[in-house]
Design a protein around this ligand. Structure first.
Ligand code: FMN
Length: 215
């Protein structure tokens, strides 16, 4: 049985616009692939371990080609658990609001925990190799403003380029973005229209995604 990991980065629970769009995705996804297991990780509300000095030292040991000592391995236990949970999935739904033109700090914290040498990437003679290659991702992102390509606001969007870069770095190149925007800047009418259109796009993305995660 395949697994979808749903990573949530809004702390706003039922108030979250991002989660409203993701709910439309998941409903359509489950209708097309009821057997797929869905694991839910809310990085905004489930406390993540701070990156301690031994955790950071472990990263440098691995970067220089060494092995973790028993002491460092102990400090690394939460990192290994999160990486194991991440790699146990074949596909990802990432639900994130835009915060200060990028992702919320809790999602960055999660990325800082899991993107580790020997686990999610390695350096080879040919360059970097992503070790999560072949997996697929749908990102549902909601934004207070709007950042359409070709407009002056597009250069403020550090969210989509960053997520494509960091997940591409670990090998996840097949990423579909579903954007709900503007959620705040244009008033309620525009928000509702943008939400409906994002939900329709999320359902289409789920229909395309579901067969790829069939057993
Ligand atoms: C701390 C914070 C920072 C934000 N920064 C931005 C921003 O830089 N650009 C933007 O368009 N919206 C910004 N917003 C608005 C949110 O992206 C928007 O309201 C979004 O729909 C919230 O998603 P949620 O309801 O799922 O939490 C910010 C909101 C918060 C709380």
């Amino acid at each position: 049985m395949k697994r979808l990991l749903h990573i949530i980065a809004s702390p706003r629970g039922d108030e979250s616009r991002t989660s409203a769009v993701s709910a439309a995705f998941l409903e359509a996804f489950r209708a097309h692939n009821p057997a797929c297991e869905v694991d839910e990780l809310n990085v905004a509300t489930e406390p993540l371990p701070p990156l301690s000095i031994p955790m950071i030292s472990g990263k440098y040991v691995l970067l220089s080609g060494g092995q973790l000592t028993d002491r460092l391995r102990e400090a690394w236990a939460p990192i290994e658990r999160h990486i194991g949970r991440f790699l146990a999935a074949e596909g990802y739904l990432l639900s994130t609001p835009m915060w200060n033109f990028n992702i919320p700090y809790t999602l960055k914290h999660y990325i800082d925990l899991i993107v580790q040498p020997k686990y999610l990437f390695r350096y080879t003679a040919k360059g970097v190799e992503g070790l999560a290659a072949g997996r697929k991702m749908v990102v549902v992102a909601s934004r207070g403003g709007a950042y359409p390509p070709g407009t002056p606001m597009a250069s403020f969007d550090h969210q989509e380029p960053y997520l494509r870069t960091i997940f591409g770095f670990v090998g996840i190149k097949d990423i579909t973005f579903v954007l709900a925007q503007p959620m705040d800047a244009g008033g309620e009418k525009l928000r509702n229209r943008a939400l409906e259109s994002a939900k329709a796009a999320a359902r289409r993305a789920a229909e395309a995604f579901a067969p790829q995660l069939a057993a």
